[in-house]
Design a protein around this ligand. Structure first.
Ligand code: SF4
Length: 151
């Protein structure tokens, strides 16, 4: 189809079983959009070298703070996985630049993909304002990031 847009998309929203628990999180609006536009599935945590399944992680600060070296990403067991999250974000950005992508639809509240909402790092399901690490890096590079909840 002519004039189709290329949009990065959290792979789990398209039904890929890449979440920490080995499951996916298919979203009907995202799946409907995939019939009209070209959605490029990415899972930053997988691209950062983390396995599926994996121990759930949360950030201790918003993504831009983590990228600046002043926050961390830790698993529920206390392991520091900040490097994996930053590497995954960089790989997603590389792909976006290679494919001239200007927009992304990323899974809300994920420590990688969340845009404007993330968990607070206490593993108590407490939501705070902030971006995941990948969402923050994409935004810093001029890429528009929305969540599936914005569709
Ligand atoms: S990192 Fe993003 S794409 Fe991967 S499972 Fe988490 S929310 Fe989905």
């Amino acid at each position: 189809m002519p004039n189709q847009k290329k949009i990065l998309c959290s792979a789990c929203l398209l039904g890929v079983k890449c979440r920490y628990d080995g499951q996916s999180k298919p979203n009907e609006k995202v799946l409907a959009l995939s019939k009209k536009e070209i959605l490029i599935p990415v899972c930053p945590e997988q691209l950062g070298g983390l396995p599926i399944p994996r121990v759930a992680s949360e950030t201790t600060a918003s993504g831009e703070v983590v990228l600046a070296g002043q926050g961390k990403v830790v698993t529920k067991q206390g392991d520091d996985v900040t490097e994996n999250f930053i590497k995954g974000a960089q790989e997603v950005l590389k792909l976006a630049k290679t494919l001239d992508i200007e927009e992304a639809i990323l899974k809300q509240r994920s420590p990688s993909c969340g845009s404007c909402q993330i968990y607070d790092g206490s593993f108590s399901k407490t939501v705070v304002k902030g971006d995941g690490v990948t969402a923050a890096l994409l935004k810093q590079n001029g890429i528009k990031v929305i969540s599936e909840e914005d569709l």
